[in-house]
Design a protein around this ligand. Sequence first.
Ligand SMILES: Cc1ncc(COP(=O)(O)O)c(C=O)c1O
Length: 419
Amino acid sequence: MTDPGLAMTADAAKPAPRGAAPDLFDKFQPMIDIRENLLATGVTDPFSLVMERVESPTVAICNGRRTILLGTYNYMGQTFDPDVLAAGKRALDEFGSGTTGSRVLNGTYQGHRECEEALKRFYAMDHAMVFSTGYQANLGIISTMAGKDDYVILDIDSHASIYDGCALGNAQIVAFRHNDVEALEKRLKRLPAEAGKLVVLEGVYSMLGDVAPLKEMVAISKAHGAMVLVDEAHSMGFIGPNGRGVAEEQGVIDDVDFIIGTFSKSVGTVGGFCVSNHPKFEILRLVCRPYVFTASLPPSVVATAATSIDKLQGAADKRAHLWANSRRLHGGLKQLGFTLGTDEPQSAIIAVIMPDLERGAAMWEALLHEGLYVNLARPPATPAGMTLLRCSLCALHSEEQVGEILGMFEAAGKKVGVI
Ligand SMILES: Cc1ncc(COP(=O)(O)O)c(C=O)c1O
């Protein structure tokens, strides 16, 4: 009888027949090698951490120990707000666990409409469309708005969902250097005056936590007849006098055609949206495939989102505390000798630049042993091949916690030898 194990070995040793199709996984080999080499150093896998219990927006139990969370997007700490939780529980009881349908068929409940009303109030805009994720909001609006013969002009460091929105559509794609006003203008000048154009920008770029010069960029875009979309995923709730984002802060919100956002950050749940003042906006509900061909958000999710959005509007004290946290952490890390993504704190994200992936992963692990969770980010998510430890602050981090965080960075940095 043939040993099945041996038979497999013998088969595997046979050369592939000429012209045979390759293993479709082969293209991932470089990534597999990088991952295996990293894990071979004995470091804990930075991409498979489990939160065993979550005690609050700022503390969880990981590997059995209390861990301060500095790598979530829970900027405004809404995930345990009693009113938000109560709204979600009520909707779960009254409307069930899911809609089992598309927004344009059986999937629009009263809660989805109330959530869109809350967004219209929050942004003081005429129209709001809730998607199942922020990723789908970018996918849907970009691919639907910019058609064949149109142009999408985007910052080269744009989020993956923006690039994927371009890939799903048929428009010509033109990228310009990150946050470079002149480069945007040069690109716009070269495009045919009569072509449709959509300039896509972000308020805060999430890898380095830097803010876009929206005032100048929106003015230039408008001067060239382009429509403007701003993704405010990382600024909603926090930046701007009413928390509407960088476009509000820089006084250009009324000139922006579409604001994209997510519920997965300051709002504290999951979902995405687009708000706009364009009089024809509502037609998008019928023509935007990532809105039409997917199930709508569960009633409990839209109920938590609506309550959270209403509460964010009046959260000026939380915004002030989050800014104080950001300034203190940025200043403290700089003083300790870390290299940071921005010279000054510009948002709730503070990126600590690591010399390479190995030391980045070692530092990430050392911080975890100290009791601190941050995000390890590496290419292709990061610009210029950088390895980053991304710290994202929460309005509910106490002054004492920020002090603890700085102490942990000092201890881990000295242990790993990066300061
Ligand atoms: C700039 C930006 N846009 C969109 C998204 C997608 O948001 P969501 O998590 O709701 O899919 C993200 C998520 O990280 C983001 O950073």
